[in-house]
Design a protein around this ligand. Sequence first.
Ligand code: ZN
Length: 267
Amino acid sequence: MRLNRAIVATVVLSLVASSLASDAGVAAPARKAAKARHKAPATCEPRSFRIILDVGHTSESQGATGARNDVEFGFNLNLAKLIGERLKSAGFAATRVLVTEGKARISLLRRVAAADRLHADFFLSIHHDSVPDKLLEEWEFDGSRSFFSDRFSGHSLFVSERNPRFRASLAFARLLGRELKGRGLQYATQYTMPVMGRYRRQLLDKDVGVYRYDGLVVLSQTRSAAVLLEAGSIINRDEEMAMNSPERRELIATAVTAAMGEYCERR
Ligand SMILES: [Zn+2]
C-alpha cells in the first residue's frame, strides 16, 4: 500500500462516494431492497459464502516498489490467486479473485462497486507493505539504483470502524492474525511508532497485530465485512525474498483458509 497516496484518495473518494450516494436519487424501497439483499446470512455455508479477494492496485498503478524493483501489484496478484485456490479447495466455492483496472483513485471505488455487484459476504484486500519515503536507503541492485529499508518487517491487518460489519471484520482479522502468529510470523509493530508520522494507526489487538484504519475506502465503503492484509514488507531485502517464495505464499494462503473456516463456523 502506498500510504501517502491512499490517504489522499481516501479523503477525496469518501467525499465523492457520499455525494454520489445522496445524489443518486434511488427510491427508498429500492434502497431497502438493496440493503436486505446484503444482509449477512444467519449462518455461513462455505459453498455459497461469497468471498472477494481484492488484488491491491492495478496494472496501471502498481503500488509499492520492492527492494529489487519488482512491483507490489505482481506480489498481490500471485498471493491472491493462491489464496483463491486454497479457499476453493477447502469448500469456499464462491470465492472470486478481483482484479481492477485503472488509476489508483478511481480503482478504489470500482472495487467497492464490484463487491456490491457480486453481493460479497466478505471482502479481503491483499497488499504488500513498504515504508514512508523518508526511511528509504539507497543500494545498487542488478546494476541499477534501488531503494530498501531493512528496519521493519512483518505483516499487518487493518479494519475500519466505519464498516457496517466492523465487529465481524475485527473477528476475522483476529483469527487470521492468530493463524499467522501460530505459523511463526511476527506482525509489523511500527504503525504505533512516532516515526510513522501521519501513517500511525491505533493497534486494536497487540497480540496478533490488528490495526484500525477507518478512512480506507475499500474497508469503510464496502457493505460486507472487510479486512486488508499487508502480507509482508517488500522493501525489506530479506522479507522481499521470502514473500517471493512459494513456501511463504503457501503458508499465508493456508493461514487465510484456516481463519476463514473458523470464522464461518462461528457464525
Ligand atoms: Zn498496497
